[in-house]
Design a protein around this ligand. Structure first.
Ligand SMILES: *Cc1c(COP(=O)(O)O)cnc(C)c1O
Length: 399
């Protein structure tokens, strides 16, 4: 064998005695077949078998199986983002001439997708008030294929009555999908409550380190899962095994990260609620919040993501004051180790249930820093907001 040939041929390595605790990264486009007949019959391989890199390697199978287990579902498909988890669910299940119902409080880019792509495809997307079950019921007609839910809703955190929506939709032959990103299956298991299809933005709590973008779709039954898998394969949608391994690592610490950020948030949220600059704190796990009863009934816990608003007289200085934060970063996404704040305007994003509160809401994603350091940072923010006290910058924070 010449050197150039030798350079590209594979040598086999013994795996005997190698039993690591890690999830191996299997990268592949090509899968080799032992003979021509098995190549010819490759599409008869099982849905969990291996055909081509796009359709998954053992790394993908590991993550699919792990997420399926956490969701208590039948099958999971991985997609390149949380946004794709929502859009692909709708595209795979709803046909031209059919209707999909979408909560007014849906993750913003999903609304854009509805007005652009779904409209162009002749799929009727109707937005509904997430809290008005009677109005929702009247919108479910014979052409309604899917009722999408997201609970709590994006930014304003309205809690939907998922079991009631499931009953309503199933009675009329419609499927129910749920964007479960805020809760993760550790705090809410939509499939236990009858939901047919669960989307997760894995980029958030699951990955947990703000370093990748990935999504998952888990179905309650096998047939629906196979339908999605086939559709996504035809669309050419796949994910990187490197991202999947990082994600699998993130899952190992998901419970402790969620517990810690939730506990910190439950210290910070009431403290914020009592602050003279703050008008309102929205956090479903706080007694007295509008969605609290549903949260208590259906969810087993919360995360560190919640929203607050400022009293009107501080609105003008809010952006300048945000710039005084030293530990909490300004940025989108959430669920990472580092705390984030995102000033968000939702007025233009609500067409059915108008937002009547202040223009700007401040969504906090509480990370793993000590809650007292986060309070110190927020104290800086309030000081800048009121200009009444001067707090010397602390050293050795952030980084
Ligand atoms: C972030 C988010 C998404 C989108 O996830 P990406 O991975 O960033 O595309 C979808 N739904 C909800 C509720 C989200 O918060």
């Amino acid at each position: 064998m010449r050197d150039d040939t030798r350079s590209v041929t594979r040598v086999s390595v013994s795996l005997e005695g190698y039993d690591s605790l890690t999830v191996p990264i299997h990268r592949a486009s090509t899968i080799r077949y032992p003979d021509a007949a098995s190549f010819a019959a490759r599409f008869e391989r099982s849905a969990d078998g291996y055909v081509y890199g796009l359709y998954g390697t053992p790394t993908h199978r590991y993550l699919e199986k792990k997420i399926t287990e956490l969701q208590e579902g039948a099958r999971t498909v991985l997609v390149p983002s949380g946004q794709a988890a929502v859009t692909c669910s709708i595209l795979a299940l709803v046909a031209t001439g059919e209707r999909v119902l979408i909560p007014d409080t849906v993750y913003g880019p999903v609304r854009d997708f509805a007005t652009h792509e779904l409209a162009a495809l002749g799929i009727e997307a109707v937005f509904y008030d997430p809290l008005d079950l009677r109005a929702l019921d009247s919108l479910i007609n014979v052409r309604t294929r899917l009722v999408w839910t997201e609970s709590p809703g994006s930014i304003t955190l309205e809690m939907q009555d998922i079991p009631a929506i499931v009953l309503m939709a199933h009675a009329k032959g419609a499927l129910v999908g749920c964007d479960n990103t805020w809760a993760t299956p550790l705090n809410f298991r939509p499939i236990r409550h009858g939901v047919d299809i669960v989307a997760e933005a894995l980029s958030k709590h699951f990955s947990g380190h703000s370093d990748l973008v990935l999504g998952s779709i888990t179905t309650r039954d096998e047939a629906l899962g196979l339908k999605l898998k086939a559709c996504l394969g035809r669309l050419g949608i796949g994910t990187s095994p490197d991202d999947c391994v990082l994600l699998a690592r993130g899952i190992e610490t998901l419970t402790v990260r969620l517990e810690r950020s939730n506990a910190s948030a439950l210290q910070i949220a009431p403290w914020l609620a009592g602050h003279p600059c703050v008008e309102m704190v929205i956090h479903p796990a706080l007694p007295g919040n509008p969605g609290h009863e549903i949260w208590k009934r259906d969810f087993s816990g919360a995360c560190g993501v919640f929203t607050f608003t400022l009293k009107e007289q501080y609105a003008d200085r809010a952006f300048v004051a945000l710039d005084s934060l030293q530990l909490i970063s300004i940025g989108a996404s959430w669920g990472g180790t580092k705390s984030l704040i995102a000033p968000s305007s939702v007025k233009a994003l609500r067409t059915v249930r108008p937002w009547t509160g202040p223009d700007y809401l401040f969504r906090l994603s509480v990370g793993l820093e000590h809650p007292d350091d986060l309070k110190d940072d927020l104290t800086r923010f309030f000081a800048a907001l009121t200009e009444s006290e001067r707090i010397e910058p602390r050293t050795a924070v952030g980084g």
